[in-house]
Write a protein that binds this ligand. Structure first.
Ligand code: NAP
Length: 300
């Protein structure tokens, strides 16, 4: 039996592990895919304090090393349910095996919604990206496309238009979900072209993206770009834990800055929590807050 089970080994979960271990608690971090979480998708991270430039994988490795150095145990394991038995939490795997802990921190993150078209996964990091704030700088002077019509897509397009030679904003309708002032700001940019009523159907290029094909008003059009930023929303990874949480309409855990859930002994940290800024720094901050809250709860 561990003091704290942490589900999710991204920046929030691993920071929580470091803090909880330093407070003398026994900790197990359970991660289903890659320690480091979403940052492992980012070729370069240049906005995490203390690192001028570091690859997402390397930063993930460092966060893991730091947590383990403090005594955290880790397992690569997908947790499919959370149960309570005899005053403890059970994090249950698909096989039915389980890990037990007195408290649980959910740090399962959010994943960008993908287009679901052929070669999308293969070209991630080779032209296809989901975070213009993280990766936009690599496309300085180049032509790029942004897909989406919400605040994220239009903010991404605005940011990219500062440094890219050309930005195509591809959206499936002819009106936007985003704030009107963002639309107007983009309309005023000479290097931005709106591609409306259009869906990205094909990714071009061999090893690196060289363009996209869109279906627009029944016509097929090829657009030459070296980068495609997909900004069609995110989805939290909390389905397995829904019975223990209050969630907002989009599925994020409705927990405040204190990272407390409505359930005793259950805490929520990072991108899976309802919040306005989802960045590495805010995930790490949540990890610290949730870990200290869990420690206080265990010591109560
Ligand atoms: P969003 O508002 O849900 O917008 C997603 C966009 O992607 C929509 O335009 C949608 O088109 C489009 N879309 C969805 N699925 C698609 C698909 N399969 N193929 C093509 N297009 C697809 O998501 P978001 O922009 O990430 O924003 C999420 C939340 O954060 C929103 O509440 C937003 O206001 C907020 N946010 C706020 C700020 C800010 O500075 N205030 C910045 C970023 C985000 P349709 O419009 O046709 O459905």
């Amino acid at each position: 039996m561990y003091d704290i089970l942490i589900i999710g080994g991204g920046p929030a979960g691993l920071t929580a592990a470091t803090y909880a271990c330093r407070a003398g608690k026994s900790v197990l971090v359970l991660e289903k895919a890659a320690f480091g979480g979403q940052i492992t998708w980012s070729p370069r991270v240049e906005n995490f304090p203390g690192f001028v430039s570091i690859s997402g994988n390397e930063l993930g490795d460092k966060l893991l090393e730091q947590a383990m150095e403090q005594g955290a145990e880790v397992e690569l394991e997908e947790i499919t349910a959370l149960q309570q038995a005899d005053g403890a939490w059970r994090a249950v795997c698909e096989s039915g095996a389980f890990y037990e802990g007195r408290a649980v921190i959910l740090a399962t993150g959010a994943k960008p919604r993908m287009l679901g078209i052929r070669r999308e996964e293969e070209l991630v990091g080779s032209g296809v990206g989901y975070c213009a704030v993280c990766d936009g700088a690599f496309y300085k002077g180049k032509a790029v496309a942004v897909n989406g019509g919400g605040n994220s897509a239009l903010q991404d397009a605005l940011l990219l238009s500062e440094s890219c030679s050309k930005v195509y904003l591809i959206h499936r309708r002819d009106s936007f979900r985003s704030e009107q002032k963002l639309v107007e700001a983009l309309q005023a940019r000479e290097n931005v072209e709106f591609v409306l009523n259009a869906a990205v159907t094909e990714l071009l290029g061999a090893e690196e993206l060289s363009g996209v094909t869109v279906e627009q008003n029944g016509q097929r059009r090829e657009i030459p770009v070296e980068g495609l930023f997909v900004a069609i929303g995110h989805q939290p990874d909390l389905e397995a834990f829904a019975p223990w949480l209050k969630r907002d309409k989009a599925g994020y855990a409705d927990a405040g800055e204190d990272c407390l859930s409505p359930t005793e002994g259950l805490f929520v940290a990072g991108d899976c929590r309802k919040k306005s800024v989802r960045q590495l720094t805010t995930a790490a901050a949540d990890g610290a807050v949730a870990a200290l809250a869990a420690c206080r709860w265990l010591d109560r």
